[in-house]
Structure formats: C-alpha cells, structure tokens
Design a protein. Sequence first.
Length: 133
Amino acid sequence: MSFWQLICTIEDIPVLGARRVARPQGLDVAVFRNAENEVFALLDRCPHKGGPLSQGLVFGRSVACPMHNWNIALDSGHAAAPDEGCTPRFDVKVEGGQVYMDADQLATVALDLTRPVAGPARRCSGQSCSSVA
C-alpha cells in the first residue's frame, strides 16, 4: 500500500511547465503540468546528457530537454525515436486540486543517478590555454 505525500497544489505548477521537488538524497524530481492539467513526475535528469528536464518546454505529453532538445514522454520517461534512453518516472495523483506523490518512490527510486560533471574550466589567452585550479 502506498503512502501518498502532499507535494503542492496543481496551481503551484505552471501550465506547460514544472516545479522541482527536492529529496534528502538523490536528484530532484520534476513535476510537470500540461495544457490539459495532467500532472506527471520524472527524475529531473535527461537520459542523454543529464540536462534539467524541469527547465524544458512541455508540449502535449512530452518535455523537450533544454540542452539538446531530446523529447521525453512525460508518462513513461522514454526518449522519442530516433533517440534512445529513459529517465525514471514517479507515481503522482491529483485529488481536489492537491498533488500527491508516492513517498516510498521519492525515498528510494534512482538515488544512485547523478548529473554529469563538466571538466575543469579553462582560461584562454591568445594561443595558449591553461586549466583553472
């Protein structure tokens, strides 16, 4: 049996947008709302290069990653062909204008996934470049 944790009201999520739900461990979860007021939840990490899906554009039942425009299905987390990959999805429900998520999933799903870390910054002057410490 699931314990449903109150997250926010549906009005707290912008239409065609998202809000992030922070977790004590692991990456945030992005909660999306489309034009039909359907609500979905995915790990806030694109399967391609780890872009923050919460900053992407919502259209229909998909979100476009803001980094490389991969289209991710909001109901499954799968990338649209020809791209391949998926991001974990979370159960979410709306009752009486309140948005709830499965507390067990929030505490256990995808805790091992991280965002890619960029390499060291480089300072360039003319022809030579050096790493910045």
